[in-house]
Design a protein around this ligand. Structure first.
Ligand SMILES: [Zn+2]
Length: 181
């Protein structure tokens, strides 16, 4: 089966299994309860990992769950300002390819700001942890939490008034367990 057929068939199944009333309701208004910044890795699908339904989460995905890109920060600010999101989760994961690529490619060709984030996360660690892919991924989650917290005025104000919490998590590829940080 080619990719287009797979997509078309998959969409048919989705429409068959999804309550039309839910779609109609969500078409009028989206009220997600959480924003999630996660890696683009195909094994880390936030909606599946947390058993969420369509409409539950505002999800931004980028390699290395990096908030450095202005479009990522802008998306999260939109979630807070317009959708009134009160929790942002930064979700990293074990064996992250973006972390490994950044470590292997010192020139950082292609990964750009993501690789600079990984470098910075690595500098927060010492000893053998500074070469441990999972320790770096976790340090990067904390780094991104800080970047988001210190990002735009909308998010800073929401945090200052107690309307927004930023939390971190690490997803284990081999067990499916999310450890909240
Ligand atoms: Zn990853």
């Amino acid at each position: 089966m080619n990719v287009q057929m797979r997509l078309t068939d998959g969409n048919k199944v989705f429409r068959r299994n999804t309550d039309p009333a839910l779609l109609s309701r969500l078409a009028v208004k989206a009220e997600p309860s959480i924003a999630i910044l996660s890696c683009s890795d195909c094994r880390v699908i936030p909606e599946k990992v947390f058993n969420l339904s369509i409409g539950d989460a505002f999800v931004v995905r980028i390699a290395g769950n990096s908030a450095s890109d202005p479009a990522v920060m802008g998306s999260l600010e939109y979630a807070v300002r317009t959708l009134h999101i009160r929790t942002i989760l930064v979700l990293g994961h074990t064996d992250c390819g973006a972390v490994k690529a950044a470590l292997e490619d010192e020139a950082h060709e292609g990964l750009g700001g993501v690789a600079r984030d990984i470098d910075q996360a690595r500098k927060l660690l010492s000893g053998c942890e500074a070469n441990n892919v999972d320790a770096i991924a976790e340090a990067n989650v904390k780094l991104q939490m800080g970047q988001i917290a210190n990002g735009g005025r909308v998010i800073r104000d929401a945090m200052a008034s107690g309307k927004l919490a930023i939390v971190g998590g690490m997803y284990d590829l081999s067990t499916g367990f999310v450890r909240l940080l």
